[in-house]
Design a protein around this ligand. Structure first.
Ligand code: TYD
Ligand code: ZN
Length: 405
């Protein structure tokens, strides 16, 4: 039995993946011998309804000056963030010299529209290399982890924020208590917090077990988010599902009583109650589907390898690290993984040590099968990979179920 990171309640693991390498730890051959591993297990806390990792790895092992993920690597994600920025921009009163802070601002993609119209902004981004990319495009960025201390510094030096934004970031922060204190310190009385993260409901519904990896400490639902924020006098005033990242939720949050609560909040709460997202049984059922999914994928890739078929992975995602290592997929089953990120090309995937090669290598010699690791970008990828289809290539998917199409 472990303790809930948030409320201290007793928590039992429902997924135990065993020793895993750092999900984004793409490495050179020389690093194989010294590659570190950590136990990866997820559990559910009945007291506060939060799905979470049991033993998070220290943040500094994941977010550093060689962080290989750039928001701008997906055109569709960039567009999604620009649109979110647009809705926030419209709500800001220009007369009041508004100030916008983004936590986990990566390469500055979402703050750019604010910078373009001269709005005071600040990105907080601990990974130095992506922060450099943001500064190169004129986005003011602090290379720090956000917590209650940094919030005080920012509020003291630059004033409080009208809007705080965070996408795919809060689920990475293990000390949610310090985060909530920081928001409380930094947000103006009538300010809003808008944040987006993968949604536990979508993860369970799609059996998307590959969302479980070291960077994702929490898997939020409205139930768990509401309980977390309540302690700091904050409440969710709107909740809107988003099709990105394989199913995310956008929560708009304000100080209690400051904004009208949209009907979407009660609707989502009712839907979560109906699906049992606040009950441990839903997570046990998820575990059984995950084991079935693993067995089906291992069977399929084993059969293809025995038949001598050529399979290439598509997208060297963090998610792929969970799939490859949990399923025990080996380099004889997958030739290489195609990825457009220059920082990952020429390296090997964590743990399974499958080479990552440029997308040009995929196009130059189409394989018979492509295993879609970047399934969260499926629409964007299908639109641009007509050529692969026309060459007779077929896609292997494992979300929401293992299949070939
Ligand atoms: P991402 O969606 O962030 O997944 P994760 O959070 O699991 O790491 O990463 C997508 C990866 O896929 C990234 O390395 C870029 C790559 N990619 C391609 O190679 N081709 C594409 O068309 C797209 C959209 C992404
Ligand atoms: Zn708890």
């Amino acid at each position: 039995m472990s303790c809930c990171l948030l409320c201290g309640g007793a928590i039992r693991p429902f997924l135990e993946f065993g020793p895993m390498p750092i999900a984004n730890g793409f490495l050179r051959r020389e690093g194989f011998a010294s590659e570190s591993r950590h136990d990866l297990s997820a559990g559910f806390c009945e007291s506060c309804a939060m799905m979470q990792l049991l033993d998070p790895v220290p943040a500094g092992l994941m977010f550093h000056d060689r962080y290989p993920f750039f928001t701008s690597s997906s055109a569709r994600m960039s567009e999604h963030f620009r649109r979110l920025a647009g809705t926030v921009l419209k709500r800001l009163s220009r007369d009041a010299d508004p100030f916008v802070v983004e936590i986990g601002s990566n390469d500055g993609t979402m703050l750019q529209p604010f910078a373009e119209v001269g709005i005071r902004h600040l990105g907080v981004e601990p990974s130095g290399n992506v922060a450099d990319a943001a500064e190169a495009r004129g986005i003011a960025t602090l290379r720090r982890f956000f917590d209650r201390h940094l919030a005080r510094e920012i509020a003291h030096e630059r004033g409080r924020a009208d809007a705080i934004l965070a996408c795919n970031c809060f689920c990475h922060i293990s000390d949610l208590g310090s985060l909530a204190d920081g928001i409380d310190t930094l947000l103006k009385p009538d300010g809003v917090l808008v944040f987006e993260d993968p949604y536990a409901g979508d993860i369970l519904r799609q059996s998307a077990y590959d969302q479980v990896y070291d960077e994702h400490v929490y898997y939020f639902s409205l139930a768990s988010v509401s309980r977390w924020l309540d302690r700091s006098g904050l409440e969710v005033v709107d909740a809107q599902p988003q099709p990105v990242h394989g199913g995310s939720m956008r929560y708009t949050v304000a100080r209690r009583g400051m904004r009208r609560i949209a009907p979407s909040v009660a609707d989502l709460a009712a839907a979560e109650s109906r699906s049992g997202l606040h009950r441990p049984e839903a997570y046990e059922a998820f575990r059984l589907r995950v084991e079935q999914s693993r067995d089906n994928l291992v069977q399929l890739l084993g059969d293809l390898a025995r038949e001598g078929r050529r399979v290439v992975g598509y997208g060297a995602t963090s998610k792929s690290t969970t799939v490859l290592n949990y399923c025990g997929i080996t380099p004889d089953m997958i030739d290489f993984i195609s990825d457009t990120t220059p920082e990952k090309q020429g390296l090997f995937s964590p743990g399974a040590h499958i080479p990552v090669r440029p997308h040009a290598d995929f196009v130059a010699d189409y394989p018979e099968f492509a295993l879609l690791f970047a399934w969260n970008h499926s629409a964007e990828i299908m639109a641009k990979e007509e050529g692969f289809r026309q060459s007779g290539g077929r896609w292997i998917r494992y979300v929401p179920a293992v299949g070939v199409s």
